[in-house]
Design a protein around this ligand. Structure first.
Ligand code: SAM
Length: 248
């Protein structure tokens, strides 16, 4: 199935290729850098333990509300009125005392209505929030047995690591860290160190660059091409290289 949102660095176009690289057997699946979860939603069937994680607490609040209170969230989004003024208010004004569902609705609106899901600039393409809102029931159903976590990758990996685990890691790409709220720039080496000590298996996505090739040179690395979805506002998508790195 498809995700319910777009996300910067989302793996919509590459997920089929990534899943092809998964091992045949694993009994726990952990998506460490969740975002829009394109890979998780692309899996044919969930593992017996499935974990979805992201450090972005507003994003995780949205997932939790969809999972546990889809109808309340749909009601909150009942008359989604797309306008630049509302978008700017949601983006710029922090209201204290909102419920989790109200916060989730605002966050969903910002993702849906912004250009390229950047939550910052009002997008001018046609939007159908009604269809998007309806789809949340299916997402809720898909997530019914999924554990939703909101932790830093180091703690998360430590908690769920077993020999039978598969970790899919899609960190902020090298050089694109500024697109996400928390700064990942200093953490590429830390991630490599954590993954090097793993008992389980990992599949890791990265942009193809010398730095990452060198960092993971002892691992099985596959080079693939995809269209760039970090498009500039006036630019067209271009082909660029991606790495899929694995420890098996
Ligand atoms: C490239 S995106 C993941 C895209 C996702 N695979 C998809 O298909 O939409 C990277 C994600 O990592 C999250 N992130 C950044 N730093 C993190 C950290 N230290 N621990 C866990 N998640 C983190 C960001 O919030 C962002 O959602």
């Amino acid at each position: 199935m498809n995700s319910f949102i777009s996300w910067i660095g989302g793996k919509k176009l590459l997920r089929k290729r990534i899943i092809e690289e998964f091992p045949e057997k694993y009994d726990r699946y952990i998506e460490v850098f969740g975002g829009a979860g394109w890979v998780l939603f692309g899996l044919e069937k969930p593992a017996s333990l499935e974990v979805f994680n992201d450090i972005d607490s507003e994003l995780i609040n949205l997932y939790k509300c969809i999972k546990h209170h889809p109808e309340a969230l749909q009601k909150e989004l009942e008359y989604p009125f797309v306008s630049r003024e509302i978008f700017n208010n949601y983006r710029d004004i922090t209201i204290k005392g909102l419920t989790d569902i109200q916060r989730a609705a605002r966050y969903f609106y910002l993702i849906k209505v912004s250009f390229g899901a950047d939550k910052d600039s009002f997008g001018t393409n046609r939007k159908n929030l009604y269809t998007s809102t309806e789809y949340l029931s299916q997402i809720s159903d898909r997530l019914k047995n999924t554990v939703i976590e909101n932790r830093d990758f180091t703690q998360l990996i430590k908690t769920y690591d077993r020999e039978t685990a598969l970790f899919y890691c899609d960190p902020p790409y090298y050089g694109t860290e500024k697109y996400y709220d928390n700064n990942f720039k200093e953490q590429h080496i830390l991630l490599k160190n954590v993954l090097s000590n793993l008992k389980g298996k990992f599949v890791l996505s990265y942009n193809d660059c010398e730095y990452i090739r060198e960092l993971y040179k002892e691992y099985n690395t596959i080079v693939v091409n995809r269209n760039n979805n970090l498009v500039s506002k006036n630019g067209k998508g271009r082909k660029f290289g991606e790495l899929i790195i694995k420890n098996f």
